[in-house]
Design a protein around this ligand. Structure first.
Ligand SMILES: Cc1ncc(COP(=O)(O)O)c(C=O)c1O
Length: 353
């Protein structure tokens, strides 16, 4: 604390990102990165950007990237907003579209950045408890509100809400923006992007960090009605008009254009996930159904924090959340390579024996 801090900063409770340890040779299963590197075409595109043009600012509107995303999702570029990771897209969304008189609504167990943005922008919010089985219940959201946001699949539970349920919400909730955060949807869900044509209050956010193996490049985007996109652009142009550098724009285009590589790595992650779930169940774990590149698992007779610490002693890092108390028994485990999953399973077998 310092007397030089503004009141906003004094009142902030910042987000705590997952650990990015500097130690080599770790089995790093804690921040939902893709275990496979980006497409070789991305690396070529990045290399092509190294040169004299770096003295020039990048395209402030990321036109080529927005066109590529528009083609990818069969929408128009004026329905696409891009940002420095979907975290930045989400931050602008909170300020541009979710700050109204009524509180916004999101689940009690969800991406822990949402309450942080509310704190930063002074947005009132209500956290609605997930069901016993840690699912989102749409009926809970059908009250007047300043906006609604949740990830689908949800994080850290990995549970998916079926698309008809999202459409039911959109039919009932027409006076405020509904944001569906699809950071993980490529690993097992149906996207709501197709619904944006019929529901002008729907904004869908996406990231290239997970299914396109580009967490290090920081590229995220949103798709929605041009009026919603214009609001985000107005905030962006009042904050940082060049959020994506030349590398990010070129690399993201190449990643989205390499469908074959995307399909191959996605299939590998899903296959490893399904195998890992079976193996953990054989060890007695209860694993929630996962549509993501991570799983949420607990062991009936072993504490989540203790298991996490035991794995750490064996240089395997997974994520454990203390709050709220009902997720304390769980570990969130990112799907690694086949080999990393095998190391994890044999470590757990040893710990439990
Ligand atoms: C639900 C959810 N949304 C958004 C993000 C942010 O992703 P990024 O800023 O890397 O695009 C994450 C990151 O883990 C996430 O879990």
């Amino acid at each position: 604390m310092s007397k030089f801090w503004s009141q906003v900063v004094q009142d902030l409770t910042p987000y705590v990102p997952g650990e990015q340890p500097k130690l080599p040779k770790l089995v790093k299963l804690n921040t939902n990165e893709n275990p496979y590197g980006p497409s070789p075409k991305v690396l070529e595109a990045l290399q092509a950007e190294v040169g004299d043009t770096l003295r020039l600012y990048p395209d402030p509107n990321s036109d080529r990237l927005r066109q590529t995303i528009a083609d990818y999702h069969r929408v128009t570029p004026d329905q696409v907003f891009v940002g420095n990771g979907s975290d930045e897209v989400l931050a602008h969304t909170f300020q541009a579209l979710l700050k109204h008189d009524l509180p916004i609504r999101f689940p009690d167990i969800t991406y822990s950045f949402y309450p942080v943005y509310c704190g930063l922008y002074g947005i009132a919010y209500q956290q609605l408890p997930l069901t016993e089985s840690l699912e989102i219940c749409i009926d809970d959201y059908l009250q007047p509100n300043g906006g609604i946001i949740f990830p689908n699949p949800n994080a850290p539970t990995a549970r998916l809400l079926a698309l008809p349920e999202i459409e039911r919400l959109l039919q009932a909730n027409t006076d405020s923006v509904v944001v569906i955060d699809e950071a993980y949807v490529d690993f097992g869900g149906d996207s709501a992007i197709g619904l944006t044509a019929r529901y002008p209050q729907l904004l869908v956010t996406r990231t290239l960090s997970k299914s396109h193996s580009l967490a290090g490049l920081r590229v995220g985007y949103a798709v929605g009605h041009p009026d919603l996109i214009e609001a985000l652009t107005r905030v962006k142009d009042s904050f940082n008009s060049y959020p994506l550098d030349r590398f990010a724009q070129a690399g993201a285009v190449a990643a989205l254009e390499d469908h074959a590589y995307f399909e191959e790595t996605r299939r590998k992650v899903v296959t490893s996930r399904n195998r890992l779930v079976g193996e953990l169940e054989m060890l007695g774990f209860v694993v929630l159904p996962s549509a993501a590149n991570f799983i949420f698992a607990r062991h009936p007779s072993n504490d989540g924090a203790v298991l996490t610490a035991n794995l750490r002693e064996r240089s395997i890092i997974v994520r454990h959340f203390k709050n709220p108390a009902r997720i304390d028994p769980f570990m969130r485990i990112t799907i690694g390579t086949e080999q990393q999953c095998a190391v994890l399973v044999s470590a757990l077998r040893e710990i439990l024996s």
